[in-house]
Design a protein around this ligand. Structure first.
Ligand code: ATP
Ligand code: ATP
Length: 562
């Protein structure tokens, strides 16, 4: 269905090809998972399938890509639209209409599908993706996850024979992600649709894959059966890491198979107490931010209802909850620039006595510069914060604003790492001359995180910060968040990434329809929940383990299973 014949892609201004002499053939009805570190070229590979690369991205494509017998060199994306449906990483970017219903119908209109068929498919898709209540809503007023669902739906309605999905579940809550993937799998099994799917959260998708296409980072592509590729690959979901540590062969890829394989492991672990995932401070830190009665409403409809929240020094809090439950609205209200229908926020003064220490107060009432030093927010669409011409300019600007360095060199009297140093930990090897627009999505996020982390505000709010980040970058992010917390800051991470929450947070707050419905230590809140439990917890339940590291700490080498 899809063939790559000696394909190389070189972007303008670079010498190194992103893809190098790639040969690949994907059969009809195959679901292929595309994996690789941030910036290795997954989106480039996917974009080549419908001709977005190079027709829209620039650069040069050597070799031949054919889809359903059509050469993408002679067929621009518009002429492939009846065969290939593409969902990109940034749904807002891809929208062409204004409302949910219009967007779901648009692709069909372009293909001149009859109105009666259109009606029927729109209704089916609204139900399939849980969008019925939102059908008349404006697209730009939807939450991130709601937008992502619409983007997926708008492609499904056209019934393409090939689906190209670039991180389709990155903004979805765990249940919605499962539903979307189940729907996609049904198309593969029942209608023989061919799917190419790039995803960093492998724990969500491995069990559905027929084949894995791995981009190891040298421009080449390795493809094979999932268990075969994951035996050796440098990227692996927790289930695979656990399987490797325990010496399971063949590697189980579904929780169900892993639970069977794990019987001896569970027996071996019984009686041993799992070490804590994170070092827990002896006493709770001082309250840095106190919010009371926070209410956010859009045209009279409440999205956050009278929320009270205290954020303490040294604490990393995961904010979780369904798509549309009010997480982003709450974060923006705390930060001060979002709407607030009622309630107060108070950030305490900086007691460190450092020159120019922040005064404290309600960030909404302070000057932008003052507020930024109290509360920082990395938004869900980080590119909103990038406006300069090169990565280097962005980093330098961040250092000047935060006083952490000048031009990348640490300035006298400052302690924090420069934005460049932070970026290199999250996504190594980005050329400073690159225009931020040309970065991969994961690289853009890493850049925005570096800018915000360099400012090291007392309270740092991260809205879905692991979208597009590979496991390596997430581990780095966890380490940096840890350092900030250890330095007396308070960090809140709004996330659907249960694996990240399990490793990064000591406290989990769950929102449902704008109310806090759970608030407690991570282990208590997420192990008890079928939705938020990470893979290791599911595999080893009822034992209270959350991460592979906890298991290996108890069983060095994992030989207990032998
Ligand atoms: N239009 C472009 N012009 C120049 N360079 C580009 C362009 N698009 C991507 N690149 C570069 O090509 C490389 C591969 O990018 P790509 O988006 O394919 O990576 P990716 O594997 O999808 O990353 P992520 O996991 O972050 O989505 C990156 O280093 C990126 O900076
Ligand atoms: N500008 C807006 N106008 C109208 N409604 C809005 C607006 N922004 C958000 N909403 C609605 O408010 C509710 C909460 O949205 P919010 O973005 O806070 O949710 P969220 O928990 O962050 O969701 P997600 O996990 O999908 O990012 C949603 O139902 C959303 O559709």
């Amino acid at each position: 269905m899809i063939t790559f014949d000696r394909v190389s892609v070189v972007y303008d201004g670079t010498d190194e090809p992103v893809l190098r002499d790639v040969n690949l053939s994907v059969d009809e009805g195959e679901l292929c998972l595309v994996v690789g570190h941030t910036g290795v070229g997954k989106s480039t590979l996917l974009g080549a399938v419908n001709g977005l690369v190079p027709h829209f991205t620039g650069g040069t494509l050597y070799g031949t890509v054919t889809v359903d017998g059509r050469d993408t060199a002679d067929h621009p994306p518009r002429e492939l639209a009846d065969v290939v449906g593409v969902v990109g990483q940034d749904p807002l970017n891809g929208f062409v209409t204004d409302t949910v219903e219009e967007e779901l119908a648009y692709a069909m209109e372009q293909l001149a599908i009859s109105p009666t068929v259109m009606r029927k498919r729109v209704e089916e898709t609204l139900d399939l993706l849980g969008l019925a209540d939102l059908r008349h809503r404006a697209l730009h007023e939807l939450s991130g996850g709601q937008q992502q669902r619409v983007a997926i739906g708008s492609v499904l309605t056209a019934h393409p024979r090939v689906l190209v999905l670039d991180e389709p579940t990155s903004a979805l809550d765990p249940t919605a992600a499962e539903e979307v993937l189940a729907a996609v799998t049904r198309l593969v099994h029942d209608l023989g649709v061919t799917v190419l799917l790039a995803e960093h959260r492998l724990e969500r998708v491995v069990q559905y894959a027929d084949r894995v296409i791995h981009l190891p980072g040298n421009g080449r592509v390795v493809s094979g059966a999932p268990s075969e590729i994951f035996t050796a690959s440098s990227i692996a979901p927790p289930i695979v890491e656990l399987g490797r540590a325990a010496g399971w062969s063949p590697l189980p890829l579904s929780v169900r198979d892993a639970r069977r394989a794990a019987r001896p492991l569970r027996t071996a672990l019984e009686g041993a107490a799992p070490p804590p995932v994170r070092a827990v401070p002896d006493a709770p830190g001082a309250t840095l931010l106190g919010a009371r009665g926070i209410t956010v409403a859009y045209r009279g409809v409440p999205a956050v209802r009278e929320v009270d929240l205290d954020l303490r020094a040294g604490e990393v809090t995961a904010l979780m909850g369904r798509n549309g439950s009010g997480k982003s609205s709450l974060l923006w209200a705390l930060q001060g620039s979002g709407p607030r229908a009622a309630g107060t926020v108070r950030v305490g003064r900086d007691e460190s006595g450092a020159p120019g220490a922040a005064k404290g107060g309600d960030p909404k009432k302070l000057s932008a510069a003052e507020a930024r030093r109290l509360v920082g927010l990395v938004p869900q669409t980080p590119t909103d914060l990038l406006y300069l011409e090169s990565v280097k300019q962005e980093l330098d600007q961040a250092d000047i604003e935060s006083g952490t360095g000048t031009g990348g060199k640490a300035a006298a009297g400052t302690t924090g790492p420069s934005a460049r140093a932070i970026l290199d930990r999250l996504a190594p090897g980005i050329d400073g001359a690159t225009h931020p627009r040309d970065l991969s999505e994961g690289q853009k996020l890493a850049l925005v995180l570096a800018i915000q982390l360099a400012a090291a505000p007392r309270v740092l709010l991260l809205d879905e910060p692991t979208r597009g980040l590979d496991y390596r970058a997430k581990t780095q992010l966890i380490a940096m968040v840890d350092e900030l917390a250890a330095g007396g800051r308070s960090v809140v991470v709004s996330t659907h990434d249960v694996e990240f929450a399990a490793r990064a947070a000591d406290r989990v707050v769950v929102l449902a329809e704008g109310d806090i419905v759970a608030d407690g230590p991570t282990t208590e809140v997420i192990v008890a929940s079928p939705v938020f439990a990470p893979q290791v917890a599911k595999i080893l339940a009822p034992l209270p383990y959350l991460t592979v590291d906890q298991v290996t700490a108890v069983l060095p080498g994992g030989e207990a299973d032998a």
